[in-house]
Write a protein that binds this ligand. Structure first.
Ligand code: IPE
Ligand code: IPE
Ligand code: MG
Length: 266
């Protein structure tokens, strides 16, 4: 996962359209379409998952080079347990194998890796690989990679509510002190700002229980490209699209109070 730029003519062309001062600092990605990619090629779904890992490596490098600081990727949802056990087992093994192989390079690139979700149902061997990766990279400063595994947005919100209820019961906090900031501090993503941009591949127009709280005001970019076909060029297209958006956060961008009166109350 070398941080050397992968410069192709197309990348170079697109890079010129990117405003380097307005790079989203936190990008979330629903990496979807691995199974369909493999099936289309007459291959087992596992081939799609393997190819998806290479794409993730390319996108980590691309986002780091661009000046993004945090990437949060959806690797396994709380609902993915409903898949055939062979596929679930394959994915669980894949996480461990990939991490074992890549962790030194992740560390040498000064990437801090974090696993977000309920790790408790995973086998002990995987848990210890994940925990070792987190502790090895915990002081790295250049980039944060959040990998959401056995993650569900609703479960995360319920867990935060339980923590707050418990603290209120023990008198650590008063109910009147519960606000967005406090709630945020109980989420698994505490300490990082919300994603400015959510990318979902494979054309599905849903959030699938991903970062329900954190995506409140994220820009959403959906592409039909399946995750194994996603690459740096597609990533740069998402950034360019993001930069063309007018983020209003419920306000009105161009009208002051005075011009509101002029425009609407004449
Ligand atoms: C995303 O690809 C990876 C995981 C959910 C683990 P899918 O496996 O969902 O692929 P499709 O959506 O069935 O094509
Ligand atoms: C979302 O993809 C979860 C991950 C990418 C890990 P899914 O394929 O599980 O989502 P649905 O089933 O299309 O909503
Ligand atoms: Mg899917």
């Amino acid at each position: 996962m070398s941080s050397k730029k992968i410069i192709t003519e197309r990348n170079l062309e697109l890079s010129k359209d990117i405003d380097k001062r307005r790079i989203p600092q936190h990008i979330a990605i629903i990496m979807d379409g691995n199974g369909r990619w493999a099936t289309k090629k007459g291959l087992p779904r596992s081939f799609g998952h393997n190819k998806g890992v290479n794409v993730l490596k390319e996108i980590i490098t691309a986002s780091k080079n661009l000046g993004c600081r945090v990437l949060t990727v959806f690797a396994f949802s709380t609902e993915n347990w409903t898949r055939p056990s062979k596929e679930v087992d394959y994915l669980i093994n894949l996480f461990g194998n990939v991490l074992r192989k890549e962790i030194e390079e992740i560390h040498s690139e000064s990437i801090k890796i974090k696993f977000i979700g309920d790790l408790s149902p995973f086998p002990e061997t995987l848990k210890s690989i994940l925990q070792r990766a987190e502790s090895l990279t915990q002081n790295n400063q250049d980039f944060i990679l959040n990998v959401c595994v056995n993650y569900g947005g609703r479960q995360e919100i319920v867990k935060a509510a339980k923590e707050i209820a418990l603290k209120s019961f023990t008198g650590e906090i008063k109910a009147s002190e519960v606000n967005e900031e406090l709630f945020n501090s109980e989420l698994l993503t505490k300490g990082v700002n919300d994603p400015e941009l959510l990318i979902r591949t494979s054309g599905e127009k849903r959030i699938s229980n991903f970062l329900l709280w954190q995506l409140a005001y994220s820009e959403i970019y959906i592409t039909d490209v399946l995750w194994p076909d996603f690459n740096e060029v597609e990533f740069l297209k998402a950034i360019i699209d993001y930069q063309s958006r007018n983020r209003r956060f419920g306000g009105i961008e161009s009208l002051s109070n005075e011009s509101f009166e002029d425009s609407y109350c004449s």
